[in-house]
Design a protein. Structure first.
Length: 229
């Protein structure tokens, strides 16, 4: 790779936060006050160790506590301040603060069924297209801040998966059980200039993630998609 081409390459890692302390099992969404569990802090430390040798010059997180706490050891490992970007926040959801499942919780109440009429939008929360707009904006901003280097953004599962789906030209509606975005995972976007040329995925803390919380589709480390010129 020529020196000029190296200068044109920028890498932006979009990380999902670590495990959250949530004994009631509610859909916490954008609610404040949900912090990492002890295991979640270990996950954050593990990813910080994984990225310690990388050329990270910019670290930004969603304003929610779990994302801020996940990003903190990464920023510290690189001697950087931690930025906040509202565009990285969790997707809005009408069921926020409730338990949610088939045959129990919020779905048991017929008054909530009206929110389930259109899974393609989706009708129960923030439209997928709006998530794409804000997440792609945050991604491109990080690219600009870290030109020729690497950046780390810490966000949440659904917005990360929707962003990746958009970049890889897949439909935005999907089966939530098949999202490839487990706790503390990295979805990595590589830019050449202003253009995304590849998307990768890795799970540096997978051995710490309980089996029942792992992504439905198990990846090979670094699996992703490269784009032609």
């Amino acid at each position: 790779m020529s020196e000029q081409r190296e200068q044109d390459i920028t890498v932006v890692h979009v990380m999902r936060h670590g495990e959250v302390e949530n004994p009631q099992g509610v859909l916490y969404g954008r609610l404040p006050g949900y912090h990492l569990s002890e295991l979640g802090r270990q996950m954050a430390d593990r990813v910080a160790e994984h990225l310690a040798g990388r050329d990270v010059t910019h670290v930004v997180a969603s304003p929610l506590e779990r994302a801020q706490e996940t990003a903190t050891p990464i920023a510290k490992a690189h001697g950087l301040g931690l930025g906040t970007d509202e565009r990285l926040i969790e997707a809005e959801n009408i069921f926020q603060g409730k338990t949610f499942g088939v045959g129990d919780g919020a779905l048991k109440n017929p008054a909530n069924w009206k929110y389930l009429v259109n899974p393609f939008k989706p009708s129960w929360g923030e439209p997928y297209v709006e998530q794409v707009v804000r997440m792609k904006g945050a991604l491109d901003s990080a690219r600009d801040q870290a030109r020729g280097h690497e950046a780390v953004l810490v966000s949440h599962q659904l917005p990360i998966w929707i962003l990746r789906s958009y970049v890889e030209k897949r439909r935005l509606w999907h089966d939530p059980r098949k999202r490839q975005c487990t706790l503390a995972s990295l979805t990595t976007f590589t830019y050449e200039g202003d253009r995304i040329v590849s998307v990768g995925y890795s799970e540096p803390a997978i051995d710490l993630v309980p089996v029942h919380l792992r992504a439905g589709a198990k990846p090979v480390q670094g699996q992703g998609k490269a784009f032609g010129a």
